[in-house]
Structure formats: C-alpha cells, structure tokens
Design a protein around this ligand. Sequence first.
Ligand SMILES: NC(=O)C1=CN([C@@H]2O[C@H](COP(=O)(O)OP(=O)(O)OC[C@H]3O[C@@H](n4cnc5c(N)ncnc54)[C@H](OP(=O)(O)O)[C@@H]3O)[C@@H](O)[C@H]2O)[C@@H](O)CC1
Ligand SMILES: [K+]
Length: 507
Amino acid sequence: MKILSAKQLKEADEITMETEGISSTRLMERAASLVFNEIHERLEGADINIKIFCGIGNNGGDGLVVARLLHKYGYKVEVYVVNYSDKRSDDFLVNYDRYKKESNSWPELVKRKEDFPEISPGDFVVDAIFGIGLNRPAEGWLAELLRHINQSGAFCLAVDMPSGLFPDKVPTEDAAVIKANYTLTFQTPKIVFYLPETMGFAGEVQILDIGLDRSFLKDVKPLAQLIGKREARQLYKPRNKNTHKGDYGHCLVVGGSFGKIGSISLSARASLRAGAGLCSIFSPSCGYTILQTTLPEAMVITDEDANELTNIETDLDPDVICFGMGAGRSANTVKAFKTLLEQTKSSMLIDADGLNMLSENKELLALLPKNSVLTPHPKELKRLIGGWEDDFDKMKKIETFTKKYKVILVLKGAHSFVFSGKHIYINNSGNPGMATAGSGDVLSGIIAGLMSQKYEPLVAAILGVYLHGLSGDICAEKLGCEAMLSGDISDELGAAFLALMKDEKRG
Ligand SMILES: NC(=O)C1=CN([C@@H]2O[C@H](COP(=O)(O)OP(=O)(O)OC[C@H]3O[C@@H](n4cnc5c(N)ncnc54)[C@H](OP(=O)(O)O)[C@@H]3O)[C@@H](O)[C@H]2O)[C@@H](O)CC1
Ligand SMILES: [K+]
C-alpha cells in the first residue's frame, strides 16, 4: 500500500472532488462517516462519556460529523471546539451549524487553560484537533491541552493523525503530541506512523479507504510502500511440480568463530526453511561437529584455522553467499573477506560482523557485487553511514549510500525498512517478541534462502522481511513474546508460507 505525503493527499482530495463532481463537504461526510462506523461497531451503543475535541480546520470538521452521528445514535457526546485561531475552515463551519441544529446544543469553546474540561480515565476521547494540516508545533495553552488529554488516562482515538504530530517531520523532544491508543487514518498510512522516533504516537493504526481517486493513487510516486500480506503475497513464486533441488539454488553461509557457531547454524537452517535447495556452511574448524550435529541437512566445509575465518576457499559455485554472522573482525578475517569479495561471482548478503568489517574498512564497499543485500540494525547502520539528525535525515543518507554502492539495505527495527536506492518498503509484520538473540541471523538466512531460489535480491529482501515477521507473529501467538526463540521463528516459516496464501481475516 502506498504511503503518501500530506501534499499528495490534498491533491488526491482535489482530484476526487473534481472527477466525482462532489463537494468537499460531501467528501468530509464520507470520510468521517467511516470513523463513526468504526466507533459504533466497537462501542455498540455503550453508555460511556465521549469527549470530542475538534480543531477549527477540516480535521475539526471531521470531528463534528462524528459528533453529530454519535449524537444521532444516542451516545453521550460532549463536543469541545479548540479555538486555536479564528480562521475556521468552510467545512468546519458547515458542520458546526449542522451539529448545533441536529443536537440542539452548543459545543463548548476552549481557548485558554481555564476552559479545559475534566477528563476521567473511563472517558472515550476523540482527537480531531489537527490532522495533516499541522505545520508548526502546538504552543501555549494548546500544547497544554494536548498534554492534559494525554495525562487523563482516557482511551484516545485520533482522527487521521494524532494532533501535534507532523505528517512529514519529527517533532522536537519537548513538543506536545497526542499519544493515541488508536488512529483511524484516511486513505493511506502516514510515514511517521512507522519511523522509530514517531511510531509511538499513533497507537494501533487502521486505514480507512475513503474512495479517493483510484487513477491518481495508482500513478502517484509514493514516499514509501507499506508491505502487508497482500503485497507480500504478490511476490511469492509457487513451485512447479517438475523440479528438483538444483532448481532452488545453493546457499553458502559463511561466518562463525569460536563461541559463535550458533549464529551460522541459525542462518543456514533458516535458508533451508525458506526453500533453498542446498545449503553449505563454511566455518572455522571448531564449528564442524556442532554444525553437522545441529543441522544434518547442511554440508559443512571448514577453514584451516580452528577459531576464525582466515581463508574462505571452496570449489563450490553457490547462487548466494550469506556472510558475516558471528565472524568476528580480526585482521585475518578481514583479509579473507576481501579476497572473497574480489573473487566471488555469487550474489551476496552481508550481515553482522560482515557489516562491521565494511564499516572499519570502507574500501571494501567498492568491491560489493551489484545488488548485494546489507542487513544492519541501527547501531551497525550508524557505523556504516555515520550519524543522522533524525529519522528523515537517516532515510536520505541511506538513499545516498544505496545509490552510491548499488546495494539493497534492510534496516532492521520494529518496522524494518528496505531501501533500494529508488524506493522504500516498510514492513508491517512482526512483534516485540522478535527482539531476541539470533533473530537477525534467521532473517539473513531467510533472505539468502529466497535469493538462492532466484528471487531478485530486492524481492527476496522485501518478502524475506515480511515472512520473518509473519513467522514471528505465529510464534508469539503460540509461545508469547517473552518465550519465543529465534530458532522458533525459523521453525514456523512453514506456517508463515501457508498463512501468506490464506485469505486475510479482518483484524
Ligand atoms: N485529504 C483528504 O484526503 C481528506 C482530509 N480530510 C481531513 O482534513 C484534514 C486536514 O485539514 P486541514 O488542511 O484543514 O488541516 P488541519 O489539520 O485541520 O489544521 C487546520 C489548520 O490549523 C492551522 N495550524 C497548523 N498548525 C498549527 C498550530 N501549531 N497552531 C495553530 N494552528 C495551526 C493551519 O492553518 P494556518 O494557521 O497555518 O493557516 C491548518 O490549516 C485531514 O487531516 C483530514 O482529517 C477529510 O475531511 C476529507 C479527506
Ligand atoms: K487528529
């Protein structure tokens, strides 16, 4: 699903009104009715106090439509107009009048601290103060109102965006921003819902299709793509019956050092679970018995050194090399890595110490085969590209890096991002239980396993990240977040492939 900017959404808004020949008031009614439906479906007429805070722009207009419909259905509604300026939008005014007329009541005006209503933890708050029109931080009593709502402990539902959160930049640390429990957002998700610095504000996000112009949405170049099951499913290649293991490629996992053999075992196992036809492991010789015992499906070749990689020579011709997990970064290993990069004709995935070796020996970056996949976590990324000011600056720097070295970069996180140099893909599967030792090794193995089956490296990265998260979700349901191990993520990959092809139930 495309993630658009506020500017693009406003354009979509205009085009929709023009092509459908409808007014902005009508479009607002359509969008806000969907918000009402979602609330009504869940509250089922519950006798609770609903406090709706409306700004004076179109987000506030949405809030007034929701208020009118809730009132009509017999809910206990109190409406507060947050009067932060006198530039009330036309559709706000239309709906202000409609609300007054149909409810026979006047919304309360809030324009200073003394006007703040008391909010009990049991209240249901609808935040319709600011949407995508926020263009400067909330200040003074307005900022205090946002904090007042946050401190109330009441459940808060944000309309389109949590108020105080910019659609396209990171707020300062001391900025007042609504911390919503749930956000019902219009048409496309906003990028700030997925960036580490801002994802905490929106709570759970649900996207409402308000029917903006299809052909505009189809053609517009998005800021990023959100990858859910529907998108991931389109990338999956079903197998032909008349095939053999050679058709699914050979994955060579290279890494490990004394005390860190488990990492390559995890990657290798995951590559096979992801469907690689063959898997070989190259490790220091201390890994031989361990690997042959823990993973009989893989072939093992060892370095002449017992404890670290010093000379990665094989007569294999793998489709993909998955390099770096647990490898350490001694001078000998760096040298062996350099020779491997100079000589290999295989596609490459670089993880963990492989990335650290690249960071410490930047000249190696130029040796990376085109379309190599790099899978850093944020700390490895910082070593690789240097620091950044905020998440938007980070994305720009990664884009420059991927273009310069012609690589694909997977930035691991609560929502992992895949950068191709041209596009950004944001993963929407996974859970906090996946923050566990070895989870990254499993991810590398999955992506490499897909690459060995001739998935394009970019596709392998996007699909691999999604399957890793989906498998993690299956584990979390079975075991709970705390108890799941990275090996479990690997072992549930089969269930993840099956779930990928099953019809989606409404969440
Ligand atoms: N696009 C769509 O698909 C659809 C959109 N719809 C809805 O419209 C919403 C966008 O509405 P919007 O453009 O009127 O902006 P909104 O967020 O209500 O802000 C209002 C005004 O506040 C001002 N302002 C900004 N920052 C400020 C600050 N710190 N302190 C004080 N004032 C500040 C600023 O005006 P300024 O003062 O800069 O002139 C701004 O214009 C969108 O989120 C969705 O809910 C749906 O109804 C239909 C489909
Ligand atoms: K809002």
